[in-house]
Write a protein that binds this ligand. Structure first.
Ligand code: AMP
Length: 132
């Protein structure tokens, strides 16, 4: 069965899309640790990040860099942190978590309450700031 992320990539499940290219797709995490929390996934559905072939793995990081730079610009962050866990969704992905203030909690279990309207706004801000 296709992963929830493959369904998002295929447009079968809605998302707050940020950007995509031939190999990668990025969208807001629906349970954000902080405003602008973004996921970056390879379109190739492989569960474990370190089972990705070298080219896909390095490309994922390069694509993530472009998204992170867009997040930094759009949201005037201190910087953007990276988390990889992968215990919930069996489709390799990178979490990009904008750091808005020093000491900001960064653990994945913690969710910020952000309205749908604000999620849409934030996605648009990041989308417009990303340069692929
Ligand atoms: P993990 O597999 O532990 O790295 O976490 C998977 C992440 O995917 C969690 O932070 C979820 O909030 C997020 N997630 C799950 N389903 C969706 C969805 N439909 N849209 C956006 N994010 C999702």
């Amino acid at each position: 069965m296709a992963s929830v992320f493959t369904k998002i990539i295929n447009g079968e499940i809605p998302c707050y899309k940020i950007a995509e290219n031939e190999h990668y797709f990025s969208f807001l995490d629906i349970n954000p640790v902080a405003e602008g929390h973004t996921l970056v996934v390879p379109k190739k559905e492989i569960d474990y990040l370190f089972d990705l072939d070298d080219e896909t793995l390095t490309g994922l990081l390069t694509f993530s860099k472009k998204i992170a730079k867009g997040i930094d610009k759009a949201l005037s962050t201190i910087r953007t942190g990276v988390i990889v866990e992968g215990m919930e969704v069996p489709h390799a992905h990178v979490h990009l978590v904008p750091i808005h203030f020093e000491g900001q909690p960064m653990s994945l279990g913690r969710t910020s309450d952000i309205s749908k309207e604000r999620m849409q706004e934030v996605a648009e801000l990041i989308r417009n700031a990303v340069e692929l």
